[in-house]
Write a protein that binds this ligand. Structure first.
Ligand code: HEM
Length: 440
């Protein structure tokens, strides 16, 4: 066992700057120099970062009392019962219920709904001029979450949510996140008052839809809101309070919307830019009746989605904070330190993914990768609860795109991978696409 600090860069400022400037390459270079696990920094906190299969497995499989809620106090902003601010038993209890609905539950109806939204949105995309795909895919992804997670059907209602969430995002600035002292109501123009007012509008919309779901006897509703509202304990009492459901829905939208849009942008770019991929995808689609259930059984389509998530993981690393000491690959790490599992490093491991820099969907047809080798959705108890929904959406949208006549990349310069909040999204709004005018 080693009592020494982990080898890695000494200066926290330079380390953060290096990572922000080159999020896709910085840790790989540092690991080449210092080894795995790598001693790094996140802000001013020390981080032990691993991309080795054994290290990742250990981070994800650590016992329940290993981690504390991660640093910044966000309960005041997200709600005391929001998933990201819970840890240990409280987190597990809420996750069991969310998993029962999103990750494990029967969601056969979500596929047709996603497909219908994808067809309608893509049919309305502007034609005859080059445009970045990112904002269009974000709009599509928002519409999917509105329908599948919030159960919103009326277009006017979805627009009300869109405006309310956009206002909330505008007023939930980084200053409020990092400086709890700013969270004081100092009058109508103060940042905290504006944030509270924006949040109240979102909460009012959700409260109305939740009341309608509780009052309805529509057992066919498959959306997350209705299914969380319908969860019951053994004695028949609702499993989750309205506040817990509301905070969960806000987190689901925040965590699920831009991430899926970014993943779809990478999938679009790589499928269209890599020779041979699109013809093979189209050939597979030609042999299919086009129903959602049939599309979701197509192996090459699924392999394309997974390979896009491998080559450009939207979440580059999953970070935990130690509540008690841990020994990682022979290094003793103290309580309070951060540990991270890096998808960026693991997904580029040539021993697991030969020629990792190449987009090769076939690798997912030829082999099955383990949860500590391929983990775009994280792992362990915090595994993304939206993983199934996201994978379905990426596949169905990719299928609609591949069958859209006249859709081409307008620019073959690949976008860079840049931070968009905590995510790595394509620069410049994503790949530029051109949809030819329809022949009349
Ligand atoms: C391609 C799209 C997506 C990617 C790449 C992604 C990735 C991730 C990752 C890496 C984590 C952290 C896991 C960990 O720490 O081990 C996470 C957490 C989470 N994701 Fe996703 N996600 C996506 C889509 C979604 C969707 C569609 C939803 C909701 C409908 C969602 C909801 C959440 C929530 C609520 C958490 C926090 C879970 C917790 O703290 O227990 N995500 N996601």
């Amino acid at each position: 066992m080693s009592e020494e600090p982990l080898p890695g860069p000494r200066c926290w400022f330079a380390a953060n700057l290096g990572w922000l400037r080159d999020p896709a390459g910085y840790h790989a270079r540092q690991r080449q120099r210092f080894g795995d696990p790598l001693g790094g920094w996140l802000g001013r906190l020390r981080l032990a970062l691993t991309g080795s299969p054994a290290g990742v497995r250990q981070v994800f499989a650590a016992p329940l009392d290993t981690y504390a809620p991660v640093g910044v106090d966000l309960a005041g902003m997200l709600g005391a019962e929001a998933l990201p601010v819970l840890e240990g038993a409280a987190h597990l209890a809420l996750r069991r219920r969310v998993n029962a609905v999103l990750l494990e539950g029967e969601a056969a109806q979500a596929g047709p709904a996603i497909l219908a939204i994808a067809r309608a949105e893509i049919a309305a995309w502007p034609r005859g001029r080059a445009m970045p795909a990112g904002p269009l895919l974000q709009r599509l992804s928002f519409a999917v979450i509105m329908r599948v997670v919030f159960g919103v059907i009326a277009p006017g209602r979805a627009e009300a949510y869109r405006a309310a969430f956009a206002r909330l995002a505008r007023h939930a600035g980084i200053g409020l996140v990092l400086l709890p002292a700013l969270r004081r109501d100092l009058g109508p123009w103060s940042p905290w008052r504006r944030f509270l007012e924006a949040r109240a509008t979102v909460h009012r919309l959700i409260a109305e839809d939740l009341a309608a779901a509780r009052a309805s006897s529509d057992a066919a509703r498959f959306d997350t809101l209705a299914r969380l509202a319908a969860l019951r304990e053994a004695d028949g009492a609702p499993s989750l309070s309205d506040a817990a459901i509301r905070d969960t829905l806000v987190v689901l939208l925040s965590a699920g919307h831009e991430s899926t849009a970014a993943a779809m942008a990478w999938a679009l770019l790589h499928c269209w830019a890599t020779p041979g991929v699109l013809p093979r995808l189209r050939a597979e689609l030609d042999g299919c009746d086009g129903a959602a259930a049939s599309l979701l059984r197509l192996p090459f389509l699924e392999a394309c989605a997974r390979e896009a998530l491998r080559i450009a993981p939207v979440a580059p690393m999953m970070v935990r904070q130690l509540a008690r000491p841990m020994t990682l690959a022979g290094h003793d790490l103290p309580a309070g330190m951060l540990v991270g599992a890096s998808a960026e490093l693991a997904h580029a491991d040539p021993a697991v993914f030969p020629e990792p820099e190449k987009f090769r969907p076939e690798r997912f047809l030829d082999a099955r990768f383990r949860a500590h080798e391929f983990f775009p959705f994280g792992g362990g108890r915090r595994l993304c609860p939206g993983a199934r929904l996201a994978l379905e959406e990426i596949r169905l949208v990719l299928a609609v795109l591949a069958r859209t006549p006249g859709l081409a990349l307008a620019d073959h310069r690949p976008p860079r991978r840049v931070f968009s909040g905590p995510l790595l999204a394509p620069s410049r709004g994503g790949p530029r696409i051109l949809l030819q005018e329809q022949a009349t």
